[in-house]
Design a protein around this ligand. Structure first.
Ligand code: C2O
Ligand code: CU
Ligand code: CU
Length: 576
């Protein structure tokens, strides 16, 4: 009785947006249709700690037509992870497909063995528990397939979902609840209905798998009913290869409020922006001036680029129609500013300059980085924890390449030498688009975990073609981790040898993760700092620093370890 009443009420009286995170897919035929098309679907919310079961299933992506796709817990896109910063995320990913999988949490910082590296393949019939603390800023991230040479195919067939991090500390009266709407944008080929067959041929291996129609949250010809009020839309380009030039059919302006790694420092007004595969941009859009009964369409504008019609980059495409249906208010506002972002100073770069040349060459042309194609067993470079580095990426090809790093958010420094950046470049970025011929410089600092991670093109056909490198994050400069045991308490040990000449070693224990930087500094007998051996964040462990004071005179010195509320000083004697 109660169930029946609720169900009837839900269909008749609850404004549509309240069904935001309900899985409307199964009952799409029951919902009221206003105008043509299909009501925008939303994947269910993932229950933290639960299973994510990958399977080949038959769904009605296009109403009335059976389509063979990959679903996660029966849903395409997969269930949306919605989690607070600071919580521990856990999912048991079960592989019921007939080929290997890995799951990557794009933009999210995870220990190396949780990152979905293709080395950590999960066999058909097996499962893997992914678990890690959520360290990222609030923002729109996502997860997707990442198995060796199978990423493009599995994502195309449905293996992707949202990973939204909420930060309760960020409260700017933005539209929330039903007015905070994630939109996963993917293109598919209408000619291939019913199905998402994946058979890339020659043009696809060059340009990527491009479709001729756009699905939003797995909905073709989607419409979304809105109120005359302000909305927050989280746009994810979950396409394999398509780049969108996002705008509205009436050219209305909106505010860009977030990039890949969360809120910007300020909302920026815009009428269009480019969104390449893997990128996320959040916008605030108002329908307050629209008439009930009217509609406006989110579109991709035409731009010039290669490919073969209709599978061509740069064709105009409709993405999502908004039907204005009522007067409800979100109560949200466009804030004048968000929290400031501390921009890296290029003068503080201490890592070696890193250069990446993107090319397309050979008798059987392959996409390469620095002349290399991906080798799962080769480590292409190592990078130090806590060292600010500058990466210069040069696109020497005639195609777009959205370049992506795992395990950090970049800050774009310059595009073709120009530091005056478009609004969707400025802020925290893990994926950055390079137009043909462009050079982009980014600044990056890895601050969390050691281990093996990836840098690659997020055109997924390019990635599977080998446009990807392995890098290893190693101990910070001047510090070495001893063993893997987690000590029970913080400690600073007496240095050895002591007295010493010319160098000595200082061992210390970090018992638990603290948010502030830990530091190990040396002072002379008058209390003046003469050296800083370390200043940065460390995960728990036992570490050893080496001090080699070449230019200091013999005498007594003090080493002090500060880590959160822990502080201890030891006495050192230099005897030259
Ligand atoms: Cu979203 Cu390694 O990729
Ligand atoms: Cu990633
Ligand atoms: Cu590419």
């Amino acid at each position: 009785m109660l169930l029946k009443t609720l169900a009837a009420g839900a269909l008749l009286t609850i404004p549509k947006p309240l069904q935001l995170f309900a899985n409307e897919k199964k009952n799409a035929v029951l919902t009221e249709v206003s105008g043509t098309g299909n009501q925008l679907r939303f994947p269910p919310v993932f229950t933290n700690g639960g299973n994510m079961t990958l399977a080949e299933t038959t769904e009605q992506v296009w109403p009335g037509q059976d389509t063979q796709i990959i679903t996660i817990n029966g849903s395409y896109p997969g269930p949306s992870v919605i989690i607070d910063k600071g919580q521990t995320f856990t999912a048991n990913v079960i592989n019921n497909l007939n080929e290997v999988i890995t799951t990557h949490w794009h933009g999210v910082s995870t220990p190396a063995n949780m990152d979905g590296h293709p080395r950590d393949a999960v066999a058909p019939g097996s499962s893997k528990v992914y678990t890690f603390p959520v360290l990222n800023r609030g923002g729109t991230y996502f997860y997707h397939a990442h198995a060796d040479m199978l990423t493009a195919k599995q994502v195309y067939r449905g293996f992707a979902g949202f990973f939204i991090v909420r930060d309760p500390a960020e409260n700017f009266n933005l539209p929330s609840g039903a007015y905070d709407v994630p939109l996963c944008i993917q293109d598919r080929r209408i000619a291939d209905i019913p199905g998402f067959p994946y058979n890339p041929g020659n043009p696809e291996s060059v340009w990527g798998m491009l479709g001729d129609t756009v699905l939003v949250n797995g909905t073709p010809d989607a419409y979304f009913e809105v109120s005359k009020t302000l909305y927050r839309f989280r746009l994810l380009n979950g396409s394999n290869a398509r780049v969108y030039k996002i705008a509205f059919s009436d050219n209305r302006s909106f505010h860009i409020i977030a990039t890949d790694g969360g809120l910007k420092d300020n909302p920026v007004q815009a009428t269009e922006f480019m969104l390449s595969p893997g990128e996320r941009v959040e916008i605030l859009v108002s329908f307050a001036a629209d008439n009930i009964g009217s509609n406006v369409t989110l579109r991709s504008l035409a731009f010039t680029h290669g490919g073969t019609l209709p599978y061509k980059q740069g064709i105009a495409l409709d993405i999502l129609r908004f039907d204005v249906t009522n007067n409800n208010s979100s109560g949200g506002v466009v804030p004048s500013a968000f929290n400031p972002i501390t921009y890296y100073d290029p003068a503080n770069v201490i890592g070696p300059p890193r250069e990446f040349n993107l090319t397309m060459s050979g008798s059987h042309p392959m996409h390469k980085i620095n002349g290399l194609t991906f080798d799962i067993n080769r480590i292409d470079w190592s990078t130090r924890l806590h060292s600010l580095e500058k990466w210069t990426i040069r696109n020497l090809t005639a195609d777009f390449h959205p370049m992506h790093t795992h395990e950090a958010q970049w800050q774009v420094l310059a595009r073709n030498g120009n530091t005056n950046l478009p609004p969707n470049d400025k802020g925290w970025k893990d994926t950055v688009m390079l137009y043909p011929g462009e050079t982009v410089e980014v600044l990056v600092k890895f601050t969390e975990y050691k281990g093996l991670y990836l840098f690659h093109c997020h055109n997924l056909e390019h990635e599977d073609d080998g446009m990807m490198l392995n890098f290893e994050i190693i101990d910070p400069i001047g510090i070495q981790q001893l063993g893997t045991e987690v000590p029970v308490k913080f400690e600073l040990y007496q240095n050895y040898p002591n007295p010493f000449n010319p160098s000595t070693k200082i061992k210390f224990d970090i018992a638990k993760r603290i948010e502030e930087n830990a530091s190990l500094r040396i002072y002379d007998i008058r209390g003046r700092q003469v050296a800083e051996l370390f200043n940065g964040r460390l995960n728990p462990g036992t570490f050893e620093a080496e001090w080699n004071p070449k230019f200091l005179p013999s005498g007594t010195y003090f080493a002090r370890l500060t880590a959160g509320s822990f502080s201890k000083t030891i006495k050192l004697v230099l005897a030259k």
